[in-house]
Ligand binder design. Structure first.
Ligand SMILES: C[S@@+](CC[C@H](N)C(=O)[O-])C[C@H]1O[C@@H](n2cnc3c(N)ncnc32)[C@H](O)[C@@H]1O
Length: 242
């Protein structure tokens, strides 16, 4: 999978592409991330990319000219691949990111151009012109789309085959509308708090049953809204005989 990120702040991606699981996924050619500076495409003689909004108001808007030129360049770069090209704008008014959106992207036969807005955002006409999808990472406003873009890419990349061990994904929070059970490691006794006996019993079935029970308990406690979805899907798969 290929991502081309369009931003005015390339430096914000340096740590992201050079650290931990994301770096390994890049090194293993599971994913590629090109970070492109929108400013490189401006035709403004003062190198400007943002201007005040028509109609007045505070802040600056990233203008259509450099942004559309950066998008055209990215489309051209991806067009030799035998894959769809999708364009996403990280935006507080977009569909709120969740596990199922990340999963859908990870399974898609597409490469992605991701636009990070800044200041007051981008010229609306670019969104219309390229039929751009908008994704938010939550109901709050960030200074820019760079962190949001990293959240989106991170949540997708870890789902790509080979990025992390398959086992880590099986019982992870949100995979089946359940949150993960509590986890413990050494030491066995931490300030008098001992690891639950069943986890050191070596009895795989009992451990699996205990973890399932704990997952349900934790989900009811922290996200009761997910339990309905979990029960519905469980009943559906029973009906389908899975
Ligand atoms: C300060 S915000 C602009 C907010 C915009 N004026 C509004 O009120 O909707 C600057 C940029 O940050 C990004 N951004 C802000 N909040 C976001 C969120 N919750 N999810 C994704 N991107 C966000 C967008 O790319 C946006 O263009």
């Amino acid at each position: 999978m290929k991502f081309i990120v369009l931003t005015l702040f390339k430096e914000m991606f340096e740590a992201f592409v050079n650290t931990s699981i994301i770096k390994r996924a890049i090194d293993k050619n599971i994913v590629s991330i090109d970070v492109v500076d929108i400013r490189d495409f401006t035709e403004d003689k003062h190198n400007r990319v943002d201007f005040p909004p028509y109609g007045g108001g505070s802040g600056m808007i990233i203008s259509a000219q450099p942004l559309s030129a950066a998008i055209d360049y990215s489309i051209e770069k991806l067009s030799c691949e035998n894959k769809n090209i999708e364009i996403i704008y990280m935006s507080p008014r977009g569909k709120v990111l969740n596990y199922s959106i990340s999963k859908q992207i990870s399974l898609s036969n597409s490469n992605y151009i991701i636009i990070c807005g800044h200041y007051e955002g981008i010229d609306e006409r670019v969104i219309e012109e390229y039929n751009i999808k908008e994704i938010s990472i939550g109901d709050y406003v960030l200074t820019g789309g760079e962190l949001a873009c990293q959240v989106l890419m991170d949540s997708v990349i870890r789902l790509l085959p080979g990025a992390i061990t398959e086992d880590s994904l099986v019982e992870e929070s949100h995979t089946n509308n359940l949150l993960e059970y509590p986890q413990y490691t050494k030491p066995y006794d931490f300030r008098g708090r001992k690891v639950p006996d069943v986890l050191i019993s070596g009895h795989h079935k009992n451990i699996a049953d205990y973890r399932k029970m704990e997952s349900i308990r934790i989900t009811k406690k922290f996200r009761p809204d997910l339990i309905d979805k979990y029960n519905k899907e469980k009943n559906n798969s029973k009906k389908e005989g899975n």
